[in-house]
Structures are given as structure tokens and as C-alpha cells.
Design a protein around this ligand. Structure first.
Ligand SMILES: [Zn+2]
Length: 269
């Protein structure tokens, strides 16, 4: 499963580092699909298998296996072959060995010769503690690489998009005489996504691949079955998923990157 072939030095190579299966599709599904479609090397490093429970519990193993399989399906929908999943404990990254996470992130960066790394911003999409640890560890890992560091970008969700998903799914349900059973998205209060996020520096129009992004999200059925994204009507897909926003980190390589090629800078005043 893990592609160990070395990347050609200097070619654009995008590495997305996240905490759980489903983060990659929700946060960066459009970017990953667009970069892969352009023939760029695209890789995902996921720090946990996504199972909740005590280590050694057979149910934990089963859920983890199912979520990793969902991630692999989502990756292939997005056009990505290189997916690496580590076995840090889901929900417990705050107590994980940070030096070990830094080593793993740096090893992944070197293995794929990443020119751009993407991960969570300080808000962890919706203040999820595991996500915030990943943000901190990836930032530290890149900073420690000094002259050999790739460029680093943080992803934030545009505020209000998940509320729009809930509204659209609920409206469609009403026309069918049904109700939307949960107003949560991936188990999270819809308004929490993007709340108090840092201002982005780059916008990426992913409307051309929004359907593919949704299809990737729907591979994560253990997480989204029945929720607003699972029941999103086709006419709301671009509005909800067609824009991604990124912020260039203060650490990592400077200069123009594949992100400038794909997105548009946001003027800050
Ligand atoms: Zn997550």
C-alpha cells in the first residue's frame, strides 16, 4: 500500500498531513484532486487509524480497519495512490510522544520530497484537540528542517459552509416529507467549522472537482451516514464544497509554489 518510490527532486510534490481518515477529504479534497489531475505527486499522511477505544480491543481494530479502507477509497476517488496511515491513538494525540510525531512527519516529507505541506491551522477546523496537535507538530517539524524545509500551508474551512450544508439538506428532506435527523456534520456542530479561524491568504476555487470531493467524503460512510453532507442535494454541492482557503505559514520555504499555480492570493489590508 505504501509507495516507497523516491520522488524526483525539485518536482512539485504535495503532502497533506492530518489526524483522522476523513480530514483529508473534508479539508483539502479539492486541492488534492486538482493537484493530482495536474499530474503532481500527491501524498497523504494520516496519524491515526480513526478507531476509538482501548488498544488491543478487537472492536477498535475493526473500526480502525474500516476507516483506513474508507480513506483508501476516498484517496482513489481523489486520484491519490500514496496514502500512509500511522497508528497513533485516536483522541489521544495530546498525550502522544511529540518527538516521535515530528520524526514521522519529517520522514514523510523526505520520502516524497515534498515541496508543499498542508495541514490544519491553529483552529484545527473546529477546535478538535487532535487536529491542533497535528498543526503544532507539523509546524515544528517543518521549522526544524531549516534550509531543507518545504513550504507550509494551513487549511481553514470557510465559515458558514457547513451550516449551508445543513440548510440545503434539511430543505431537500422537507420536500420529500422527511426530516434531517441530525444537524451535525461529521458528528460536529455545524457552526463550529471555521469559527474564529485565522484569515486565509489564498483561495482555491475547487468547483470543478466539487462533485469528486463529495464522492470522496461519502467514502467515509462510518462518519457521515445520514448527515447533511451525505444528503447534500446536487444544486448545493458547489456552494458548500467549491471553495477552499489556505494560509501560508510563517515557517518553511519561501517563494512561489504549486499553491500559487492552483489558487489566487487574497489581498490583505
Ligand atoms: Zn479529524
Amino acid at each position: 500500500m505504501i509507495d516507497t518510490s523516491p520522488a524526483v527532486d525539485g518536482e512539485p510534490s504535495l503532502l497533506a498531513v492530518f489526524a483522522h481518515p476523513d480530514d483529508e477529504s473534508l479539508a483539502t479534497g479539492g486541492l488534492l484532486a486538482l493537484a493530482a489531475a495536474r499530474g503532481m505527486r500527491v501524498s497523504v499522511l494520516c496519524l491515526t487509524r480513526g478507531g476509538l477505544g482501548l488498544p488491543g480491543d478487537p472492536q477498535l481494530t475493526r473500526i480502525g480497519d474500516a476507516r483506513v479502507a474508507e480513506l483508501q477509497s476516498a484517496a482513489s476517488v481523489l486520484g491519490i495512490e500514496d496514502v500512509c496511515v500511522l497508528d497513533y491513538r485516536n483522541g489521544f494525540l495530546s498525550w502522544a510522544d511529540r518527538a516521535s510525531i515530528l520524526d514521522d512527519v519529517q520522514a514523510a516529507i523526505r520520502r516524497v520530497a515534498a515541496t508543499v505541506v498542508v495541514t490544519f491551522d491553529e483552529d484545527g477546523l473546529y477546535w478538535h484537540p487532535d487536529h491542533i496537535v497535528v498543526h503544532e507538530c507539523v509546524t515544528a517539524a517543518v521549522m526544524a528542517m531549516e534550509a531543507t524545509a518545504p513550504a507550509l500551508y494551513y487549511v481553514t474551512l470557510p465559515r458558514g459552509r457547513m451550516r449551508a450544508a445543513v440548510m440545503a439538506a434539511a430543505a431537500q428532506a422537507v420536500t420529500r416529507g422527511e426530516i434531517l435527523e441530525s444537524e451535525r456534520v461529521l458528528g460536529v456542530e455545524a457552526d463550529a467549522f471555521g469559527l474564529f479561524a485565522n484569515a486565509p491568504t489564498l483561495r482555491l476555487d475547487v468547483s470543478a472537482v466539487a462533485d469528486r470531493k463529495l464522492a470522496a467524503l461519502r467514502c467515509h460512510q462510518s462518519q457521515i451516514a445520514g448527515d447533511a453532507l451525505d444528503r447534500l442535494p446536487p444544486n448545493a454541492v458547489i456552494d458548500v464544497l467549491g471553495l477552499e482557503t489556505y494560509r501560508r505559514a510563517g515557517v518553511g520555504a519561501n517563494g512561489r509554489t504549486l499553491m500559487d499555480e492552483l489558487g489566487q492570493a487574497i489581498e490583505t489590508t
